[in-house]
Design a protein around this ligand. Structure first.
Ligand code: SF4
Ligand code: SF4
Ligand code: SF4
Length: 420
């Protein structure tokens, strides 16, 4: 329904010059040194450097940075038109945050209410937790292939195996940062798409044919994300897997996998425009829906360490044939905000003992850059590194509800701020 894929967005967040007081706070939170301006003067974002994470937006005490991509009216039009099947893919971190926009206690888990509200608005649901499970399988299997080749020293089964350590690839802010600043790290990035992009291609292939019984171009795919960078990710022209698939199968077309993205804040506004109150809406348990079943592994994607733990459990099971009981993480000295773990396992095929070393990092400037430099210098001790841009992971993403004083002023969040 959207037709041709639009070109990549150049900017998602801009500073409103009429509101900015020049207080400089945003520079502290920007992971990409993308904000310029003297103290006391209006500040400006350099679109080339900006990785669209929205951390300046959620932390400015004056509300000057704004999300300039507003698809709420378009999505409402699509829902009302009846011309297409509007599918929502809902990220794990949205369901623990959107309640705040309706006066609920911070951190309330409202999955069934959220499903009920989406249903009432006219969306079909494809839970992103399901495609988080798929991402875990893809990343886990990719890691296993590398472990078997580089650590167990088996001949490679694939000719495009990237080097170790493998870095996670589901955070679009991190990916833009890596591409712009450390292109040498690109071969280390997992080739798995993010759960949102997997949801788009799943909806317009299997979902279109088997679930909603419609053509792929009649599906309008909406990512519902805690993240402003996802608006950029959806616009990247390489994400057209469903169109490529159908073109190969005799149905040529040119359309994106994900048509648009609503942040948690956008979705709350959409519900309010449609007069849907999350407090009173009839709950809907969609877990038996074909595209809303998922495991606990998919659920923990929203927290820092979640992707790593889920992928590692999969790798451990495939390599040893046993479940991993616990994954003990220890802080790494000298690298603030980086956690590491070592997992000893015996390869069930060869009997060889392997010690897998993993790291989890959030906060690009302080924590991820030293890990990248170690990797580039060939000195990384790790096999697998999870990277999330936002402090604490997507639960603290740039598309989440904004505290009037910015999240930095809430005591309980101080523990996950870059300077703690
Ligand atoms: S924190 Fe807000 S008001 Fe202060 S300089 Fe940045 S954008 Fe302007
Ligand atoms: S959106 Fe993120 S990268 Fe861009 S200016 Fe704001 S804090 Fe910096
Ligand atoms: S950590 Fe999550 S919310 Fe933050 S930029 Fe990355 S994907 Fe978006």
């Amino acid at each position: 329904m959207r037709g041709l894929q639009a070109k990549e967005r150049s900017q998602v967040v801009e500073i409103n010059s009429k509101v900015c007081k020049g207080c400089d706070s945003c520079k502290t939170f920007c992971p990409a040194d993308a904000i310029a301006g003297k103290y006391g003067a209006v500040h400006k974002i350099d679109a080339e450097k900006c990785i669209n994470c929205g951390q300046c937006l959620v932390n400015c005490p004056f509300g000057a940075p704004q999300d300039v991509v507003d698809p709420v009216d378009t999505v409402i039009e699509k829902l009302k038109s009846g011309e297409c099947t509007v599918v929502a893919t809902v990220a794990p971190a949205v369901r623990v945050a959107i309640g705040e926009e309706f006066g609920m206690t911070t951190g309330s888990l409202v999955t069934e209410k959220l499903y009920g509200a989406l249903n009432k608005a006219g969306f079909k649901i494809l839970d992103t937790n399901l495609t988080a499970d798929q991402t875990i399988m893809e990343e886990g299997m990719e890691l296993i292939a590398k472990i078997r080749h580089y650590v167990v020293e088996e001949p490679a089964q694939e000719d495009h195996l990237g080097p170790l350590p493998q870095y996670t690839s589901c955070c679009p802010a991190w990916i833009k940062f890596a591409e712009a600043n450390y292109p040498q790290i690109i071969p280390h990035l997992s080739s798995a798409k993010s759960p949102m992009m997997m949801a788009g291609s799943l909806a317009k292939t299997y979902g279109a044919k088997e679930v909603w019984k419609t053509g792929p171009e009649s599906i309008y795919m909406v990512g519902i994300m805690p993240c402003t960078a996802k608006k950029f990710e959806a616009s990247r022209p390489e994400f057209s897997s469903a169109a490529d698939y159908w073109t190969k199968h005799g149905q040529p077309g040119n359309y994106p996998d994900v048509d648009t993205v609503l942040t948690t804040r956008d979705l709350a506004r959409l519900f309010k425009i449609l007069r849907i109150d999350l407090n009173t809406v009839e709950e809907y348990d969609g877990h038996n829906d074909p595209l809303s079943a998922y495991s606990g592994a998919g659920t923990i994607f929203g927290n820092t360490g979640g992707v790593m733990e889920a992928a590692l459990r999969t790798a451990y099971f495939v390599i040893t044939g046993k479940e991993l009981d616990i994954l003990p993480f220890e802080p790494v000295r000298g690298l603030k905000g980086v956690k590491e773990a070592s997992v000893k396992m015996t390869d069930s095929k060869t009997g060889k003992e392997i010690i897998l070393k993993v790291a989890v990092a959030h906060g690009i400037k302080e924590n991820v850059v030293p890990l990248i430099e170690q990797t580039v210098d060939g000195k990384s001790p790790y096999h697998f590194i999870e990277v999330m841009n936002c402090p604490g992971g997507c639960v603290n993403g740039g598309g989440q509800p904004i505290n009037p004083m910015g999240t930095s002023w809430i005591d309980k969040y101080k523990a996950i701020l870059p300077w703690n």
